[in-house]
Design a protein around this ligand. Sequence first.
Ligand code: BT5
Length: 271
Amino acid sequence: MLHLHYTNLDSTNAAAKRLAAMNPGQMLLVSARTQTAGRGRLGRTWQSPAGGAWFSLATPAPENALVTQSAPLVVGAAVLETLQELLAAQTPNGTSAASPALSIKWPNDILLGNRKVCGILCERTLGAASADENRPSAALILGIGINANMSAVQLTDVRFPAVSLADVLGHPVELPRLIDACGRRIAAGMETLIANGLPCSVLKTIKRHLAWKGCRVRLAQGNREIDGIIMGIDALGRLMLRTYDGVEMCNAGEVTTVRPVAAPSEEPLAV
Ligand code: BT5
C-alpha cells in the first residue's frame, strides 16, 4: 500500500479520488496534517485542525452493492479495534478498562465515553472500462477522521458532543503509527469483504460495541423518522429497530435522539 502524506489538503477523500483516478487498481493511503475542506456526510463540514488523524484509503473494489454497503461497517470495526489496542497499551496493566468505553453509533461513528472521537465517510468512484479484469478501476474511498492530539474544545458547533484521544489520555499519541495501524487493519478487512463477504469478526465487534442497545431512539432516514428500540444488528449489519409495527431492518440512517426505555408506568413501545 502506497502512503502519501501532505501538510495540507482540501480533503483527503477528494485527494484520494484524484490519485485513484491516476493509479487504477492501486491501494492508496492519503493523509494530511490539516484539511481546509474536510467533508462529513450529507455535505456537512468536518473540522480538521492540526493534531487530528485525517486520512483516506482508496481501495480498488468491484461495483457490488454488498461491498459498498458493508464497507463502512468494516472501516468502523477496524478503527474501533485499533483504538481499543492503543488505549489498552497506554494503561499500566494493558487493558482499556480504565478508559471510557468505546462504542459504535451505528452505522460507523465511533464514540469514546459517549462522545464522538471518529467520523467515517465512505464514497465510491465509478470505474472506467479496464483492460485488466483483475484490476478493477472502480474504487471505494474510505475517509477517516480521528480527533487525536487536538482538544475537542477547539471544535465549534458540533451536532453531537465530541472528544479527542488526548483529552482522555492526557498526552498525545503517535499519529503516523495510529494512521498506519488503522490503514493496515482496514485494508485487511476490505480484502476479506471483497473475497468472502462481510466478515463475522466485523459483525461481532459491532454487536459487542453497539451504542444504546435496548434504548429508545429516533432514526432519521432522509425526510423519514423512525422511532423504536435498538435490538441489535442483523447478519447484513442492518440496524434492527423494534417499532410499533414490528421489527424494522434499517439499511441507512442516523440516530438523532436517544431516550431510556419507557418506565412500566408509561405507555410501552413494545409491540
Ligand atoms: C462524519 O460525518 O462523521 C464523517 C467525517 C469524515 C471525516 C474524514 S477526515 C478524512 C476524510 N476526508 C474528508 O474530507 N472527510 C473524511 P457526519 O456524521 O456528517 O458528521 C459531521 C458533523 O460532525 C458536522 O456537521 C459537525 O457537526 C460535526 N463535526 C465536525 N467536525 C468534527 C470533528 N472533528 N469531531 C467531531 N464532530 C465534528
